[in-house]
Design a binder for this molecule. Structure first.
Ligand code: ASP
Length: 468
C-alpha cells in the first residue's frame, strides 16, 4: 500500500513530523516567553502558516465524511443483513460484533470517566487552552483581533458571560433547524443532515444510512446490484481520499503540533500523555482480558497460544495501521496457523475487516469524552449513552484504513461543540494509537471466527509440529 512509498515509510515520516513539530514548538514557546517581538512573529506564523497547513490537512479528512460514512454504513449494514440470511454463522457473528463492540465501549467509558484525561491539567491551563481555540474560532468567523479582545472583555464583565458584539453579529447559522430530526435522531430530511454533518447532523445522517442499508439488504438483489456496486465504488474512492490525506499527514501533523506546543508549551504533553495511556490501557484490557476469556471459554483454546499463532497478523496490523491491508495475512493465518475452516474464516474476516472494529470503537469512546472533558462540554448520562451508541455504530462505519476513525470522531466532537481545530492535537500522536487499535481490530475478527468455528463443530487446532 501507500505505506511503502520510496524512501522512508509514511508512519516514520509522521513520527518525524510529530517529533520536529513538538520540539520546535516547545523551543518557540520558551523563546516567546522572553521576547515580545518573537512572540508577535510566532503569533503571525501560527495564524497565517501553521493554521493554513494544519486546517487544510483536517479539511481533507472532513470533506470525505459524508460519502465515506454513507457508503461504509450502507454496505456494512447490508452485509450484516445478508448475513442474517446466511443463517447461523451470520447471526452469531453479528451478535458477537455488537456485543464485543459494546463491551469495548463500556471499558472505554469507564476508564475515561475514572481517569479523566481531559482534566489532567490545572483548571487555569484548561481555560487558557479553551480560550485559545475559541479565539481561533472567532477569528475564523471574521472577527478582528480587537473585536475578539472586546468579546472576551464583554463576556467577563457581563453576569451571564455574554458578549453584546457577538450576539449582534450572530447571523442565523447555515443548516436551518426548520425541520429538526425526531428525537434528535430520526431525520425527516437526510440531505439537510448531510450538509450539517459537521455541526450536529452526523447522528441523524448515520441513522439514515443504517435504514438505507437495511433497505438494501431486504431488496431484490438483482435490482439493487448496480446501487451496491455504486456504493462499493464510493467506498473505494473514499478510502483513497483518506490515503491522500494521510500522505499529507507528516506536514499536517507538524503544523498542528507546532501550533499547539508553541502556544501551550509542556502543558500539552501532560494532557496527551494521560490520554494516550488511557487508550492503551483500554486496548490492553480488551485484548488480554475480554478476548482471552472469549477465546478460552467459547473457542476453547489457550489464549496465549492463540495470540502467539497469529503474531504475524498482529505485526502486520501494527505496521500498516489498516485492517484492510492486513486482511490477506489474516485469512492465510486463520487457515494455516489456527486451522479454521475457509468458509467460516473468509466470511467472518472479510465482513469483520470493516464492520467489527472493537479497538476503533473503544478509541472513539475515549477520544470523544476526552475532548468533552478538555473543553468543558457537559456530559450527562443521556449524552454518554448516546456517545456509546455512536461509538458502536462508528466501529461498524469506520473504514479499515490508517486514520479511518478520524472523519467520524471529527464530526461527532464538532457536533458536540468542541472546536474543530482541537482534534489536531490528538491527531498528532494518533499514529501509535492507530497502530495499536488496529491490532485489536483484526485480533477481534479472528477471535470471533474461532468462536463461530467451534460452535459449528469445526474448531480443530493444528498441532504445533504441523505449523510453518
Ligand atoms: N486504522 C484502523 C483500521 O484499519 C481504523 C481506525 O481506527 O482508524 O482498523
Amino acid at each position: 500500500m501507500s505505506e511503502k512509498g520510496q524512501g522512508m515509510a509514511l508512519h516514520n515520516k509522521i513520527l518525524v513530523g510529530l517529533g520536529l513539530g513538538a520540539v520546535l514548538g516547545v523551543i518557540a514557546n520558551v523563546m516567546a516567553g522572553s521576547s515580545p517581538e518573537f512572540k508577535d512573529t510566532l503569533g503571525k506564523v501560527n495564524e497565517h502558516v501553521m493554521t493554513l497547513v494544519g486546517d487544510s490537512f483536517l479539511a481533507m479528512i472532513f470533506m470525505i465524511v459524508v460519502p465515506l460514512l454513507f457508503s461504509a454504513l450502507v454496505l456494512g449494514i447490508s452485509e450484516l443483513g445478508d448475513v442474517a440470511k446466511v443463517g447461523r454463522i451470520g447471526v452469531r457473528s453479528l451478535v458477537m460484533t455488537v456485543l464485543f463492540s459494546g463491551i469495548a465501549v463500556i471499558i472505554a467509558l469507564t476508564l475515561v470517566n475514572v481517569v479523566q484525561p481531559g482534566k489532567a491539567i490545572a483548571e487555569s491551563k484548561r481555560t487558557e487552552l479553551q480560550q485559545q481555540y475559541e479565539r481561533d474560532g472567532l477569528k475564523k468567523e471574521g472577527f478582528t483581533d480587537e473585536e475578539v479582545n472586546q468579546i472576551f472583555a464583554e463576556r467577563e464583565a457581563s453576569p451571564e458571560g455574554k458578549s453584546e458584539l457577538e450576539e449582534k453579529n450572530a447571523a442565523p447559522k447555515g443548516g436551518t433547524q426548520a425541520d429538526p430530526p425526531v428525537a434528535g435522531i430520526v431525520p425527516k430530511n437526510p440531505l439537510l443532515e448531510a450538509t450539517r454533518a459537521l455541526s450536529g447532523g452526523i447522528l441523524p445522517f448515520m441513522f439514515f444510512a443504517l435504514i438505507f442499508g437495511l433497505g438494501l439488504a431486504k431488496s431484490d438483489p438483482e435490482v439493487v446490484a448496480p446501487f451496491r456496486q455504486f456504493c462499493e465504488a464510493i467506498f473505494e474512492i473514499s478510502q483513497k481520499v483518506i490515503e491522500f490525506a494521510m500522505a499529507l499527514a507528516p506536514i499536517g501533523v507538524f503544523a498542528l503540533i507546532f501550533k499547539t506546543t508553541s502556544t501551550l508549551g509542556f502543558t500539552i504533553f501532560a494532557i496527551l500523555g494521560v490520554y494516550a495511556l488511557t487508550v492503551l490501557v483500554g486496548l490492553a484490557l480488551h485484548m488480554f482480558v475480554v478476548y482471552a476469556i472469549l477465546i478460552r471459554l467459547i473457542a476453547k483454546r489457550n489464549p496465549w497460544d492463540f495470540f502467539r499463532r497469529i503474531k504475524n497478523v498482529m505485526l502486520t496490523a501494527f505496521a500498516t495501521s489498516s485492517s484492510n491491508a492486513t486482511l490477506p495475512v489474516a485469512l492465510k493465518s486463520a487457515e494455516e496457523d489456527l486451522g479454521l475452516p475457509k468458509n467460516i474464516s473468509s466470511f467472518v474476516l472479510t465482513v469483520g475487516a470493516t464492520a467489527n472494529q472493537n479497538g476503533t470503537a473503544l478509541f472513539e469512546g475515549i477520544t470523544i469524552i476526552f475532548f468533552c472533558q478538555l473543553f468543558g462540554v457537559p456530559l450527562d448520562f443521556q449524552k454518554q449513552v448516546m456517545i456509546m451508541g455512536l461509538s458502536i455504530l462508528a466501529g461498524i462505519g469506520t473504514a479499515g484504513v490508517p486514520g479511518g476513525a478520524w472523519p467520524v470522531i471529527g464530526s461527532i466532537v464538532k457536533g458536540l461543540g468542541v472546536p474543530a481545530g482541537a482534534i489536531g492535537m490528538a491527531l498528532g500522536i494518533d499514529r501509535i494509537l492507530d497502530m495499536s487499535r488496529t491490532v485489536l481490530n483484526v485480533t477481534g475478527d479472528i477471535a470471533i471466527a474461532a468462536c463461530v468455528a467451534e460452535w459449528e463443530g469445526q474448531g480443530t487446532v493444528i498441532p504445533e509440529e504441523a505449523m510453518e
